[in-house]
Design a binder for this molecule. Structure first.
Ligand code: CAA
Length: 389
């Protein structure tokens, strides 16, 4: 039985900052951000969006009534949690109108957690093939103004419907995993921005990729040439390119050229959004499938998921004949329609998030066009609005 991704959809903010303009404001060469980091635009997440609203905005447009009736597992992977106890998935389930008899959980392991959700979901559907699972990676990536990590911020959510006989990608049952205690990136409970050892984290990422990739090839007796393209977690798009370059010596010149050409499509949409932590690998998958005319049904893709702290996983999936019908076809146009904000406006939005305090607060949301918005906090409870509700 084939099990895998049946639908794949993305949501981010309606605002972005131009990376050349940000570089100039930070006294950096624009090419450092555009080429050295590999980002052209960075999503600016307004105070009216958080991990919950981004997740609901990603999932709602792709779900039919039949999907909603079949979903009995919802996993939200996030490292931008809004409560130390209650799962963001509970809020998301309510906003989406899921049935009460659904298992709702939030998963955390930095940028890796959505992959844990995908694997849990595929195991669940293999046991219950008449059911569907919804897995969402949703985050706001924040390092702070004027920090080295600043050009690698961003945010958004990717929603994946996991089912039997999937339209998009049939997932392999084998994968290669690695997890160890590594202090490359973390966020203590009292911090709103991540702490990171940037260069170290980039080196660990490559070490983990090489380890799980080679281990996968060896344990499954797979030839690297069997993989048409490699898709990466992309904290910034140059990171994936560095990882890809590190394994090029494993294949011949033709395959090297093919992998490099496919990679340009895989990073096309991420280049316009920035990091989205848990959803990043899956936005890259969406980018690969939406923008790469050389891919065909039957092609096998390798997927590398990385979460600092650290955990890595390499697994594969095969493109299905009806792939395009399961994808978020309107995404490139939506990204093109976003409003560009100045660096000053981005800085103001960055600093005016809902505060981690007990008092009642309200958030300005009139300019936010999304269906689900955060309107504030009342009696220590976050207030969400469904404009269609
Ligand atoms: N033209 C072209 N390239 C230029 C340039 C110019 N004018 N000026 C500089 N560059 C290049 C540099 O040569 C460098 O390229 P290489 O990495 O290929 O050598 C690149 O631009 C970046 O320059 P620096 O190394 O000087 O940049 P930096 O020290 O300011 O910071 C960073 C870069 C470490 C990635 C920083 O942005 C950071 O800390 N980011 C957050 C951490 C991160 O994303 N880590 C990734 C792995 S962890 C992970 O994946 C989990 C997650 O999501 C966080």
């Amino acid at each position: 039985m084939k099990v895998g991704i049946d639908k794949l959809h993305f949501a981010t903010s309606h605002l972005y900052v131009d990376m050349a303009e940000l570089a100039t404001a930070r006294q950096a060469e624009p090419d450092k951000y555009l080429i050295g980091i590999g980002q052209s635009k960075m999503a600016v997440i307004p105070p009216s969006q958080d991990a919950v609203t981004l997740a609901a905005n990603a999932a709602a447009p792709m779900l039919t009534a039949a999907d909603i009736a079949a979903i009995d597992l919802l996993v939200v992977g996030t490292e931008s949690g809004i409560d130390n106890s209650k799962a963001s998935a509970i809020y998301v389930a309510k906003l989406l109108g899921l049935d009460r008899r659904v298992r709702t959980i939030e998963m955390k392991e930095a940028c890796y957690a959505a992959t844990a959700g995908v694997q849990l979901a595929q195991d669940h559907v293999r046991v219950h093939p008449d059911k569907k699972a919804l897995v969402i990676g949703s985050d706001v990536a924040r390092y702070g103004l004027n920090t080295p990590g600043e050009p690698t911020q961003g945010g958004g959510a990717v929603a994946m419907l996991i089912s039997a006989d999937p339209k998009v990608l049939a997932l392999g049952t084998e994968s290669s995993l690695l997890s160890e205690d590594v202090m490359d990136f973390w966020r203590p409970l009292y911090h709103t921005e991540a702490l990171v050892d940037g260069k170290y984290s980039s080196n660990i990422y490559i070490d983990y990729f090489q380890d799980v990739f080679k281990n996968y090839l060896q344990t499954t007796q797979t030839s690297p040439e069997a993989l048409t393209a490699l898709v990466f977690h992309l904290p910034y798009t140059k990171m994936g390119l560095k990882a890809l370059r590190s394994v090029l010596p494993l294949v011949g010149a033709n395959q090297q050229a093919q992998w490099l050409a496919h990679f340009e499509h895989a990073r096309q949409l991420n280049r316009q959004v920035g990091n989205l932590y848990t959803g990043s690998l899956y936005l890259s998958l969406l980018s690969q499938l939406l923008t790469d005319p050389q891919l065909q049904p039957g092609n096998q893709l390798g997927l590398f998921s990385y979460g600092s702290g650290a955990e890595g996983e390499f697994y594969t999936g095969v493109i299905q004949p009806d792939c395009q019908a399961g994808l978020d076809q309107g995404l490139p146009q939506r990204l093109a329609r976003r409003r560009r904000v100045s660096v000053a406006e981005y800085e103001a939005l960055f600093s005016h998030q809902l505060q981690w305090r007990a008092d009642d607060q309200s958030v300005s949301y009139a300019d936010d066009p999304h269906r689900f918005v955060l309107t504030g906090q009342k009696d220590e409870q976050r207030q969400y609005l469904d404009r269609q509700g």
